[in-house]
Ligand binder design. Structure first.
Ligand SMILES: Nc1ncnc2c1ncn2[C@@H]1O[C@H](COP(=O)(O)OP(=O)(O)OP(=O)(O)O)[C@@H](O)[C@H]1O
Length: 325
């Protein structure tokens, strides 16, 4: 891997309320190289978004970072004050979300929202920022950018809004872009265009990407390395070709088997491809031993006796399973 830009060590996020804290993300380790495209996958509710929000300094009560370090270069994002984090967000690390409307201000034109990045982070005048906003809109392939900068978010299509959010996120050339399911809410035809756009712009700017998705197929195709998350823990992390072709953890195997492939047909009465039976446990239901045990085809009594340590794999990477292949 190239020089690391992000080094997350033993990150824990917990729900902190009136009772004892409830762990949601459990000692997660992640390293992303400069300009690398890194994937984080897992079903809904595995803790991917909480990891992302923790890194971007956007966790909200009752969720809190309760342990570990988030090193972006020499700065530990887990401990810096909110004011410093606000400065670094946009400048060093940016995030785009599944639903752009949650991040865009409905009362401001898209031009003002993009321009604000240049005013706040680069100290440009309003007039100079407006010019840069037009260039940024052009870069994300919004046609007639001089006209479109005067539009409000609700006047644009979902795909256009996502492009605006990408323009805002990349305006100040951050070192890391976290993309949390950026295409899930979009029409299938636009999804590939948006992913390509993100990759192309980040490649040109040397920005590393952390792509979060429930779609292992997408992530394996575009990422150098992939981490698979289950019930708040990383259960496997390897080069994406390895993960895709020789999944080591039974959960990863299940995700691969659930992918649609050319020539595979649904059996009569089967609604989806081989889904992993069962559901991700809720936070207060995490079991003592392996968290995947209740759904695992390889489970034995050892799996539920004590928590499962991480094993280094011969070809590089890690897996958290007593019966990995
Ligand atoms: N503010 C909150 N209060 C209570 N529980 C929460 C909160 N935010 C997240 N959780 C719980 O934490 C767990 C992890 O959630 P998270 O959103 O990180 O999952 P995810 O893998 O990103 O799923 P998705 O793809 O659906 O966003 C889930 O069980 C979720 O219900």
């Amino acid at each position: 891997m190239s020089e690391p830009i992000l080094d997350v060590r033993d990150l824990s996020v917990s729900l902190v309320g009136s009772g004892p804290p409830i762990g949601a993300v459990d000692r997660v380790n992640l390293t992303i190289g400069r300009g690398e495209v890194f994937g984080l996958v897992g079903e809904s509710g595995c803790g991917k978004s909480l990891c992302a929000l923790a890194i971007a300094g956007l966790l909200r009560q009752p969720m809190q970072v309760t342990g570990g370090q988030i090193m972006l270069g020499a700065t530990d994002l887990a401990t810096i004050p909110q004011r410093q984090m606000r400065r670094m967000r946009g400048d060093d690390v940016s995030m785009i979300f599944q639903e752009p409307m949650t991040a865009l201000n409905p009362l401001m034109t898209v031009g003002d929202q993009i321009g604000e990045m240049f005013v706040l982070h680069r100290g440009l005048s309003r007039r100079a920022a407006r010019k840069k906003a037009i260039e940024a809109l052009d870069q994300v392939r919004v046609s007639s950018p001089e006209r479109r900068i005067n539009a409000y978010p609700h006047q644009l299509s979902g795909g256009m809004r996502q492009r605006v959010m990408i323009a805002i996120a990349l305006a100040c050339d951050p070192k890391l872009l976290i993309a949390d399911e950026p295409t899930t809410a979009l029409d299938v035809t636009i999804q590939a265009e948006i992913v390509e756009l993100v990759l192309e712009l980040c490649r040109a700017k040397g920005t590393a990407v952390m792509m979060i998705s429930h779609d292992l197929g997408l992530v394996a195709r575009i990422c150098n390395r992939v981490a698979v998350m289950y019930a708040g823990q990383i259960v496997e992390e390897r080069a994406s070709a390895e993960i895709f072709n020789h999944p080591s953890h039974p959960y990863t195997r299940g995700l691969v088997d659930a992918l649609p492939r050319l020539g595979r047909r649904l059996e009569r009465g089967q609604r989806r491809l081989t889904e992993i039976a069962g559901v991700v446990p809720a936070l207060h239901e995490f079991p003592e031993g392996c968290r995947f045990a209740a759904r695992c085809p390889r489970v034995t009594s050892e799996c539920t006796a004590a928590s499962v340590p991480v094993t280094q794999l011969d070809g590089g990477g890690i897996v958290r399973c007593l019966h990995h292949v």
